[in-house]
Design a protein around this ligand. Structure first.
Ligand SMILES: Nc1ncnc2c1ncn2[C@@H]1O[C@H](COP(=O)(O)OP(=O)(O)OP(=O)(O)O)[C@@H](O)[C@H]1O
Length: 314
């Protein structure tokens, strides 16, 4: 895997300008501008039906925007999904779209096809060029599986993976196309708190590989911990865009989207669950230490850790 951790000058990776998408009389996305720069993780949030997925579909060529244009690294993208992928944008979907009866490795290999020069006939005839390309693809796919922690399950059928691992596999498949920009549509949906935290670390690692990330997510804690910038869509329009701090503090966001300031925000219940589990583990550890050190007169109190490694999304 290429080490891209060295500092490079920031450049514009994605530029969407004036993107509008109408379905008959409904304007799902209205004149949205959004830029993602190299080295950035940008969040896209908004209530259900705000137009987030429709906007993603406009970026990836699934929809042809009614108005506006989308450029990747300075070039206007043709609205065709395979051309968008080969240009350098990869995505995952809200609903997992793996090939259930293929192995984990095969699913990643499917994601490689836009990067292999060998054509269909070469693949069918299995000539020497194909075999060489196939070996290289397998090596790369295994590297990606190691990166996401699923190399040991390379031969498993993807349908047998637990839900959280299927989501990770989708990310590996997207990475297999060697993107410069990764779009994640609700990557933590259905995940437990530990899996959500692991996904957070995974997204940071992807960013550190030199891939910019644009992520839709309902889990506010996840978004505000992760993102350099957050854009808020409400009824198809961009309400505000800024750092996590700015967006969290914006009265319009609170009013239009969050209701009371983050009370009952999706991340809160999960955070409480993780903290309770951590506190429980710490208490058990303290108890074991106390039992082992029965001569000691000082007793260890079962403290409740509320610090964790993440910032406070409240
Ligand atoms: N293909 C379509 N045809 C007609 N209307 C659509 C289509 N796709 C989306 N819409 C409508 O566009 C609006 C925006 O939907 P979209 O799925 O983009 O919202 P979202 O912000 O992604 O919501 P969620 O968070 O629930 O996924 C909704 O009113 C939806 O019903």
């Amino acid at each position: 895997m290429t080490d891209m951790t060295t500092t490079t000058a920031t450049s514009t990776v994605l530029e969407a300008s004036g993107v509008t998408m109408r379905f008959g009389g409904l304007t799902a996305v209205r004149s949205v501008d959004l830029t993602v720069n190299s080295g950035e993780i940008v969040g896209l949030i908004g209530p259900n039906g705000a137009g987030k997925t429709t906007f993603f579909n406009c970026l990836t060529g699934l929809y042809v925007p009614t108005e506006g244009k989308v450029s990747y690294k300075g070039k206007v993208l043709p609205p065709k999904p395979h051309l968008v992928t080969s240009a350098g944008i990869a995505r995952t979907f809200q609903n997992i779209r793996l090939f259930a009866n293929m192995t984990v490795l095969e699913n990643v290999l499917v994601g490689r096809h836009t990067r292999t020069k060998e054509g269909l006939w070469s693949a069918l005839l299995r000539g020497p060029g194909f075999r060489k390309a196939e070996t290289a693809s397998r090596e790369r796919a295994m590297e990606l599986l190691e990166f996401i922690g699923l190399a040991h399950k390379a031969d498993h059928l993807s349908r047998n993976l637990p839900y959280g691992e299927q989501r990770k596999l989708e990310i590996a498949r997207a990475l297999a196309s060697e993107p410069g920009l990764l779009l994640l549509d609700e990557p933590t949906a259905g995940m437990n708190p530990q899996e959500t935290r692991a996904t957070e670390e995974l997204v940071f690692a992807i960013r550190d590989m030199g891939i910019a990330v644009l992520v839709i997510e309902h889990d506010m804690r996840f978004i505000f911990n992760l993102c350099d910038r957050v854009a808020v869509l409400v009824q198809g329009e961009k309400l505000i865009e800024g750092t996590s701090e700015v967006v969290q503090a914006d009265e319009r966001v609170i009013a239009a989207y969050l209701g009371e300031p983050f009370e009952g925000a999706p991340g809160d219940a999960e955070a409480a669950e993780v903290e309770a589990a951590e506190a429980h583990a710490e208490a058990a550890e303290a108890e074991a230490a106390e039992a082992a050190d029965s001569t000691s007169e000082t007793s260890t109190t079962g403290t409740t850790s509320t610090t964790g490694t993440k910032g406070d999304a409240q």
